[in-house]
Design a protein around this ligand. Sequence first.
Ligand SMILES: Cc1cc2nc3c(=O)[nH]c(=O)nc-3n(C[C@H](O)[C@H](O)[C@H](O)COP(=O)(O)O)c2cc1C
Length: 363
Amino acid sequence: MENINGSLNREFIMKQINVIEYLPKIMEELKKGILINTKNGDKTNSMTIAWGQVGIEWGKMFFTTYIRHGRFTHEQIEATKEFTVSVPLQRTPEVAKAIGYIGSRSGRDIDKLSDMNLTLLEGKEVKSPAIKELPLTLECKVIYNQEQNIDNIPQEIKESCYPQDVPSDNPMANKDYHTVYYGEIVNAYILEESDFAPVEQPKEEKKSPKALWIILLALLLLLGAGSFIYNRINKPQTYRTVVREEMSSVYSNTGLVNDSRVQNFVSKNPEILNSVAITEIRESFSENNSIKTKNVVITLKNKTDKDINDLEVVINLLDKKGKIIEDIDEDIETIGANSDYTLNISIENDKAVNWELADIKKG
Ligand SMILES: Cc1cc2nc3c(=O)[nH]c(=O)nc-3n(C[C@H](O)[C@H](O)[C@H](O)COP(=O)(O)O)c2cc1C
C-alpha cells in the first residue's frame, strides 16, 4: 500500500473486517460525522456526512450516501463512480477538528486533507484514498444512483431540510436536494501498522569521540552477552492468535469468514467446509541475524469419519500491495478421521508481507 503524501515512514496493512460486526460502531460514528473521500485524476477531496446507511440489496452489501447537488463531492462521484468511507475508531480532538473543517468548506479550490495534515494511503480496489487517522475504511463502487422524488418528500421535511431561500453554493447551506449513491462495498478493513514496519530510529545526538568508543565497547559486550544467552536459551516467541473460532460455524451463521487470509478461498469454495474446517491460525514473529520471519501455523480438522488422503494446500505469498509473488504448495499425506493436522509455514520478510489461502485440493 502506497503512502500518498509520503510523510510517514511506516508500512500499513489492511486488516480485513466483517462489516456486519462493525455496524454499531459505523452507525454511532456516522451520527457524529464521518468522511466520504474521492479522487478524480489528481484531485483528492473529502466531505463530512452524517446521513447514510449500510444495507443489502440485490444480494450485495452497500454503503448508501446522500450528497446534495452543490457539493464538490457530487462532481467527483459523478466523474469516478466510486468513493471510500472513513470512520474514526477514536474521536480525538484532532480528528473532531478535521471532520468539522472538512464539513464546512468546499474542496473545489482548497486541499482540505493536507490543511488538516491527514495521512492518505492508496485504496486497493478503488482510487479514492484511505485515511490513517480514521482507520476503519469501506471501499465502495457506485453501481446505482437515484435522484430524490421531491413530490414524495413530506412538506415539513422540505421546509426544514431543503429551505429554498439560501444560496446553493455555500457549503453550510441546505438548499439542494440529494442524489442517493449506492456504493457497493468491495473492500472493508482497518488500517494497522504492519508487524514488519521499519522501526523509526531516534534522532542522532552529537557525541564526542571518547563517548563513541565507550558506546562501541558497551555494544560489543552486549552483543557477546546477547548471543551467548540466545544460544543457551531458545529465543522465546510471542504467539498472537489471529483466529480462534471454528471457521465453518462462522461461515454458516453469517456467510462471512472473519480472517481475510482464508476468507476469499472459503467464500468461493464453501463445500470444503463440509469435510475440512480451518480451526485456528496462529502467527508468530521471530528475528535471527536481522532476518525477520513470520511463522504461520494453520490447523485443519478432518470433520468426517474417514481418513482424508493426498491433500494439497496452496498458499499465496503477497507483497505489500496484495500482489501474489510466490506460491507455496504443502502436501498432506493423511488427516486422520476426526483429527487435527497442523501446517507450519515460514515466510521471510524480504519475500512477502502477507499470505492468503489459495487452494485446498486433492493432490
Ligand atoms: C456533521 C456534518 C454532516 C454532514 N452531512 C452531509 C450529508 O450527509 N450530505 C451532504 O450533502 N452534506 C453534508 N454535510 C455538508 C458537507 O460536508 C459540506 O457541505 C462540505 O463542505 C462539502 O464539501 P465538498 O464541497 O468539498 O464536497 C455535512 C456537514 C457536517 C458538518
